[in-house]
Design a protein. Structure first.
Length: 208
């Protein structure tokens, strides 16, 4: 009976500590230190939740900047396993070579670039998770001429917008400069009072 009572007390004690006290403390710390991230980094637009900020969207049409190719079709389900299975291809893989060739051709054709254009690697290789919202500044600049929306958004204005959403290396030394293509596309719609109707341009080929 003594052991049973000890077990019950231990269960109650650790339930309170780990099941109640710890979550409450962590929630309070998160809300005070970084409330935006703790609440899911939600992007509000027209008074409604648009999408999670870290997760990129599959923007279609010639009026938007295109994100990186996705091995999981930009889904937010079990992305890790799906992306790993579809994009874990070795350097000698024929499927990888085909993906690179097709993605390169689609990017050059879709942006009316010279056939000898050096396409940034992030636009021909899928990311590890398939949900990264960032592209390189070079990839964004190569799309400016296509994205321009007539007199409302001149190339200079679009270029300034790209520079606005350009982020430096994390903590000054981790990673490369990048552009959040999701927030950039939302800003394009907010600057252009006449929102375009998405069309269907040449798309990146989905890796097998």
């Amino acid at each position: 009976m003594k052991l049973i009572l000890q077990s019950i007390r231990q269960t109650i004690l650790w339930t309170i500590i780990c099941g109640l006290a710890y979550p409450v403390v962590m929630t309070l710390v998160a809300q005070l230190a970084f409330p935006d991230k703790a609440n899911g980094s939600l992007v509000m637009r027209d008074g409604k939740n648009h999408r999670l900020r870290p997760s990129r969207a599959q923007f279609t049409g010639s009026n938007y900047f295109w994100p990186r190719p996705s091995a999981c079709t930009y889904g937010t389900g079990p992305t890790g396993l799906v992306a790993f299975r579809r994009s874990n291809l070795g350097p000698t893989s024929g499927a990888l070579q085909t993906n690179v060739i097709n993605n390169t051709a689609a990017f050059i054709s879709g942006n009316n670039l010279p056939t000898n254009t050096l396409v940034p690697a992030d636009m021909v290789f899928a990311s590890a998770s398939g949900l990264d919202p960032h592209i390189s500044p070079e990839a964004a600049r190569l799309q400016i001429a296509r994205v321009r929306r007539g007199p409302r958004l001149s190339p200079d204005k679009v270029t300034a917008l790209v520079d606005k959403f350009k982020e430096g290396s994390q903590w000054g030394f981790l990673g490369e400069p990048r552009v959040n293509v999701f927030l950039l596309n939302i800003a394009l719609d907010e600057m252009d009072p006449k929102k375009p109707t998405p069309q269907s341009p040449p798309r990146h080929r989905r890796p097998p």
